[in-house]
Ligand binder design. Structure first.
Ligand code: ADP
Ligand code: MG
Length: 686
């Protein structure tokens, strides 16, 4: 049996089990071995009856007191045992296991591990796992027992049994890492790692095993990225852009002066675009730091030099906003460039017309969503592609857009605060610029964390702000009626707000289930201040820019990650007005309070990201997980950044020595890599 054998070859796995395992993506023995536990249970030292606590799963040892009884109804037989030690007597029950009666001898010593519940008669242990005679517990004591992700019909025991068999009967060999490399980084052997991840005897064993597997994951990822890119050498810049007066005029007409950070990034971009090689640049900057105008400058630069530039945004609402803004600025500043919008919700006729203008070159600055990379779109002379809010896209989408041009300049905008070292690895081929400061006219947002008792006061506060000319957002998390047990329903909620605000204040709601056209209409009205309060779900999370909005109130703040809250908060404080963010939460838990306090005291995205990580462990950090590119089975690019760095180094060294991985010692690695690349290709729906 080897890793490529079907799991039917394992004893006890028939057609039915095969199907069930299939549901979780396990078809071969190798896939089974890489089906990692989602956690571990620790078999702690037994405690005394007196030390038991309600609500916990605990282990207790004692003598069997009296006779074991079977009662209850024929349908639900209940077996009852009393266990006694020096500190007290505990009632223990099992359901539907009458045969247990004959298992135990009176006075025998038994160890039981189960959940403690509180009943009328006091603490009761329900349906525990039995170690009898007691000595049997010793085998498990202090060990970590794997807990697997399960699905209907798949039990933990079934996975465990199959896993044990597989781990014992497959010759695991060296795995994909060349021996020298493994030694260099002090990693566990392959068999050791696989056994260690499933059946670690100690925490140390687990860490050691995990390190190796994470290293492997990262290494494959980095190598496959390199393979996707293939062209190792930078492409020569085929465009000869000249400095143009128009750009200077545009800058003069802007209602503000660029910040120093914006200026220096713009200088870098200009140097790139007029340099020897094609630009590949990532621009990072916190929410509201003014990334859009920098991207726009680059687009103008391409436009006035007779080329096309395209900008891809993750949502239609955002694409339309960019489009409207850019079009307005160009006409105000009398820059004769034609802008074009292309989104999925446009009618077939509209799209056809847009395609025609794009392919004829009439459209010069093209703004849109994924629609920009559809097959039917052909560009005439695409010299620059910009992706806004990069973390919402995968590498493949970015590349698909670039593939629309000959060798266009690439500019990637992101608010995701990834540490520089990490960014270098993940966006290996990109140069990185950071916009470190916010525009000078900004006042720091004032924050507060309150409970729902404060809601009315908050409404009154918003009313005042609106009377002085401002606008407000209120964030409700869910729309569906069914989800509204604890969560305010957005539509009902909007009605309540309307009533509270009274006449003269227009309140509208916005949610993801609306038609795009309807969303756009509402957003445009909000931008024109025809709507004063926008009650919305998180659809406004990224990018939306209405500088006149000065208050955002976030209901059920406890439901969001810190990073997401920071993005939401970034919708205000985008102009010169003092802005406010109200985090509303009914939760009294200490953890929630502690999390929200971080936001209360800081407006700095990089700091918050770090704290988020410290508190929650890696989660949906700044939505970065949604991109799919950073979804590893075991590894976490933040927590395991050191392993990531090592893997990156190793990848570099490997390719320097053996660029096509043809050396026999790299054969296993090459095979695995081809598998990964093939899988990626399959998943690409483009
Ligand atoms: P983000 O970096 O979050 O994408 P935007 O580019 O949307 O931010 O900019 C936020 C707001 O700040 C916009 O209304 C924009 O017009 C404004 N802005 C950008 N740069 C400056 C600046 N240098 N001075 C003042 N306001 C600016
Ligand atoms: Mg933006």
């Amino acid at each position: 049996m080897d890793e490529y054998s079907g799991i039917r070859e394992l004893k006890g796995i028939g057609e039915k089990a095969e199907k069930t395992f299939g549901k979780v993506g396990v078809h071969t023995v190798g896939e089974l071995l890489h089906y990692y536990p989602r956690g571990y249970e620790v078999y702690e030292d037994p405690v005394t009856v007196g030390e038991l606590e309600e609500g916990r799963t605990m282990t207790v040892s004692g003598a069997i007191y009296g006779r074991v009884q079977v009662g209850g109804s024929p349908k639900m037989q209940i077996t009852t045992l009393y266990l006694k030690d020096l500190t007290g007597t505990l009632k223990v029950v099992w359901f539907r296991m009458p045969f247990l009666r004959n298992t135990f001898a009176r006075g025998g010593v038994v160890t039981l591990r189960g959940r403690i519940v509180c009943k009328k008669e006091g603490l009761v242990m329900e349906h525990p796992e039995i170690f009898y005679p007691s000595i049997k517990y010793e085998e498990k004591r202090a060990s970590l027992q794997p807990v697997y992700p399960l699905t209907n019909g798949l039990t933990n025991n079934a996975v465990l049994k199959a896993m044990k068999q597989a781990a014992e009967s497959v010759d695991l060999g060296d795995g994909i890492l060349p021996e020298a490399l493994r030694k260099e980084y002090g990693l566990a052997g392959y068999g050791e790692a696989i056994r260690g991840i499933h059946f670690p005897k100690t925490k140390e064993e687990f860490y050691h095993a995990r390190e190796r597997l994470v290293f492997e994951e990262f290494l494959l990822f980095i190598l496959s990225l390199r393979m996707l890119k293939e062209q190792e050498d930078r492409v020569l810049n085929p465009y000869c852009f000249k400095e143009q007066e128009k750009i200077g005029e545009f800058l003069k007409k802007l209602p503000y002066e660029l910040t120093d950070a914006q200026k220096s990034v713009w200088r870098e971009i200009r140097q790139d675009m007029t340099g020897i090689h094609v630009m590949s640049r990532l621009v990072q900057g916190d929410v509201g730091s003014g990334k859009t105008v920098v991207a726009l400058l680059a687009m103008l630069f391409a436009g006035v030099n007779g080329c096309q530039a395209a900008m891809m945004a993750p949502t239609e609402v955002l694409a339309r906003q960019h489009f409207e803004n850019i079009r307005r600025m160009l006409s105000e500043y009398e820059i004769p460039l034609h802008t074009e919008l292309l989104t999925g919700s446009m009618t077939a006729k509209e799209k056809k017309e847009a395609y025609a203008r794009i392919s004829s070159g009439e459209a010069q600055l093209i703004i849109g969503t994924h629609a920009l990379i559809q097959e039917k779109v052909a560009y005439q002379r695409l010299a620059l592609v910009v992706t806004d809010e990069q973390h919402r896209f995968g590498v493949k989408q970015r590349e698909a857009l670039a593939g629309k041009g000959e060798y266009p300049h690439i500019l990637v905008m992101s608010a995701t605060p990834i540490p520089r070292t990490l960014a270098i690895i993940l966006y290996g081929d990109l140069d990185i610029s950071v916009i470190k400061e916010l525009p000078k006219n900004r006042l720091p947002i004032k924050n507060c964390v309150v409970d729902t008792g404060y809601r009315n006061t908050a409404y009154q506060f918003m009313k005042k702000q609106i009377l002085s000319g401002r606008q407000c957002y209120i964030i409700c998390p869910m729309v569906e009626e069914s989800d509204s047990l604890e969560v305010e329903n957005v539509t009902d909620y909007t009605e309540i707000v309307k009533e509270t605000m009274g006449r003269g204040i227009t309140v509208s709601c916005l949610h993801g289930k609306m038609k795009e056209a309807q969303k756009d209409e509402i957003m445009e009205k909000f931008a024109r201040n025809e709507i004063q309060i926008l009650v919305s779900t998180t659809v406004i999370e990224v990018g939306i820019d209405v500088p006149n909005a000065s208050v955002i109130m976030i209901e059920n703040a406890e439901r969001f990650g810190l990073a997401q809250l920071h993005q939401l908060r970034g919708r205000v404080g985008r102009g010169g007005h003092q802005s406010y963010c109200i985090f509303m939460s009914a939760s009294k838990s200490k953890e929630t309070r502690e999390r929200l306090e971080i936001l209360n005291h800081s407006n700095d995205g990089f700091f918050i990201a770090g704290e988020d990580l410290r508190l929650r462990g890696p989660g949906d950090l700044f939505g970065i997980r949604q991109s799919g590119i950073l979804d590893f089975r075991l590894g976490d690019v933040f927590q395991d950044s050191k392993i990531l760095k090592n893997a990156s180094e190793a990848a570099k060294a490997l390719l320097e020595e053996d660029s096509k991985l043809t050396d026999p010692k790299n054969s296993q690695l090459k095979k695995a890599l081809e598998h990964v690349v093939a899988k990626n290709a399959l998943e690409t729906t483009l």
